[in-house]
Design a binder for this molecule. Structure first.
Ligand code: NVA
Length: 371
């Protein structure tokens, strides 16, 4: 059956085929969560976020929502169906028999939680306690898709226990220093242990038959193994980016634009031995342009490399944040039509243009790009 906006179908196999249906997050009720092991390890040591927590100021929520609404309208104007999550009350504590934390996070970045592979949307285990219940923001949509698309497979990975055994205590000291962090990253010694499978959906990139997964703070080796056993028709590859002292989420590090072309963060280069599958199949990996900003916006978890957190609309068209002029210029030189989207004031709520979206439908089928 062909796609139309009122005929819900879940189907997306990669990061670049023509996008027809997408979820765009909301900034509603977003909280800076209290301290917890995995989150502390990620917040940069010189960040203005250390030691702060609570609901974000309403005027910043309103501004972020204005930008997210505008982005949704830009996509709709291009004929793309846009759905939005239903925010739960993020001020509620997250409590299970194994842990307690005093608040939750938000629903701005659906990409962190939802992994779409073909006709399946998989809810990730997540690896922060404050994000354990985040899937609830998307359940109304998942239920709707399930009712409307008889081929839709709604899956959830096993919820992790997230006891202290999931985290290396070495990462919990106040001052570790970037040098030691880089050494640990090089040694693949991350904050999460191998107690149980852990992964965030934003550590996974989809290349048709191949899934490329970053092993780092938010995804451990058991998480990658879980994905391998789950997606039995796929090849699952583990990648590392040793230059990143805070390795969470792959989408400000490695950005495929179209078959044959990937932009890679020049401070977090994919090691030579992990490039083989790309080079053997004539893919090009180019260094990303420098970010336009020297610092992230206030109270933001992410680095300035959200510049490369772009949303590809089709193999010739890409959404780039409006102020990221160097990244836009590079995209243009790489033969992409650039759609400017203003989003910087929403970065603090969970990321950029790729983070704040999750695919529901892209045209195309599962192809083997690395035969
Ligand atoms: N590790 C990333 C997360 C971005 C989505 C960063 O550069 O902040």
């Amino acid at each position: 059956m062909s796609w139309s906006p009122d005929n819900t179908q879940v189907n997306s196999w990669n990061e670049w085929d023509p996008l027809k249906h997408v979820i765009v997050g909301r900034a509603d009720d977003c909280h800076i969560p209290p301290e917890e092991p995995a989150l502390d390890a990620k917040v940069p040591e010189d960040s203005d976020m250390r030691g702060q927590w609570g609901r974000r100021p309403q005027e910043t929520i309103d501004r972020a929502n204005e930008l997210l609404d505008n982005f949704a309208n830009q996509l709709k104007a291009r004929g793309i169906r846009v759905d939005r999550p239903t925010s739960i009350d993020h001020s509620q504590p997250a409590t299970t028999p194994d842990f307690h934390t005093d608040s939750q996070f938000g629903c701005m970045p659906p990409r962190d939680v939802l992994l779409t592979v073909g006709s399946e949307i998989l809810e990730a285990t997540m690896s922060y306690r404050c994000r354990w219940f985040e899937y609830l923001n998307y359940r109304p949509l998942m239920q709707q898709y399930w009712d409307e698309d008889s081929n839709f497979r709604h899956e959830a990975a096993p919820k992790p226990r997230l006891t202290d055994a999931d985290y290396h205590p070495d990462y919990l000291s106040e001052k570790i220093g970037v040098e030691k962090r880089l050494k640990w990253a090089e040694e693949k010694f991350f904050v999460t242990t191998e107690e149980e499978p852990l992964f965030d959906a934003a550590d996974v990139l989809r290349f048709g038959k191949d899934l490329v997964v970053q092993h780092g703070f938010t995804t451990n080796q058991k998480g990658v193994e879980w994905l391998r056993r789950h997606f039995i028709d796929h090849r699952v590859h583990t990648v590392n980016f040793p230059g990143d002292p805070y390795p969470i989420h792959i989408d400000a590090t490695f950005t495929p634009l179209r078959p044959g072309l990937i932009v890679n963060n020049p401070q977090r280069r994919l090691p030579e031995d992990q490039r083989k599958m790309f080079y053997d199949n004539d893919w090009e990996i180019v260094d990303a342009a420098q970010p336009a900003h020297n610092t992230p916006p206030p109270l933001c978890y992410s680095s300035t490399w959200l510049s490369m957190n772009v949303l590809v609309l089709d193999p010739k068209t890409v959404c780039v944040e409006k102020s990221e002029v160097y990244q836009a210029e590079q995209m243009d030189k790489l033969g992409m039509e650039v759609v400017e989207v203003e989003l910087r004031d929403a970065y603090a709520f969970g990321g950029g243009l790729h983070c704040c979206t999750a695919d529901v439908y892209r045209e195309g089928t599962c192809e083997d790009y690395f035969p």
